[in-house]
Ligand binder design. Structure first.
Ligand SMILES: [Zn+2]
Length: 144
């Protein structure tokens, strides 16, 4: 495929993706992207039935089926390391947030928010203009 035709098709594809995700993200009523909402829903189910013991004001010992995890909601860390790495609340952090009465969404990274999702696709991908519309640069001007 000639390079200009290839670039045109890539621009059209990218533009259609941006348009689709822009409309989907703006129409979303959720706090987080659909993928992250799904992950949280699954972890929410896992968190039910966990026992939570307060160690300090925002530090908790969370126990489930013979396992124990220490959650620090202030630094957003858990000894299971899922919370630290994903920046999405693990099941232990979700269980601890219920006792601490902290909004679950406040514990997730802002990168997963619907607002960040909207901003990621807010720009427009314009087509490459026709070759006769390209600006002419004179090499002698670059040396001046
Ligand atoms: Zn955890």
């Amino acid at each position: 495929m000639p390079i200009i035709a290839l670039l045109d098709s890539l621009q059209k594809l990218t533009s259609s993706w941006f348009s689709r995700y822009r409309h989907t993200s703006v129409a979303s009523n959720n706090n987080l992207t659909p993928t992250i909402e799904g992950i949280l829903r699954s972890r929410f189910t896992d968190a039910q039935g966990m026992q939570v013991f307060e160690l300090e004001s925002l530090e908790f010992d969370v126990r489930s089926r013979g396992h124990s995890a220490i959650v620090d909601l202030e630094s957003k860390r858990c000894t299971c390391r899922v919370f630290d790495i994903d920046r999405i609340s693990c099941a232990h952090a979700i269980a601890a947030s219920w006792l601490a009465k902290i909004d679950l969404y406040d514990l997730c990274s802002e990168y997963y928010s619907t607002m960040s999702w909207c901003m990621a696709y807010s720009e427009t991908v314009y087509p490459v203009p026709e070759e006769n519309e390209w600006p002419r640069i004179h090499f002698c001007c670059l040396l001046c």
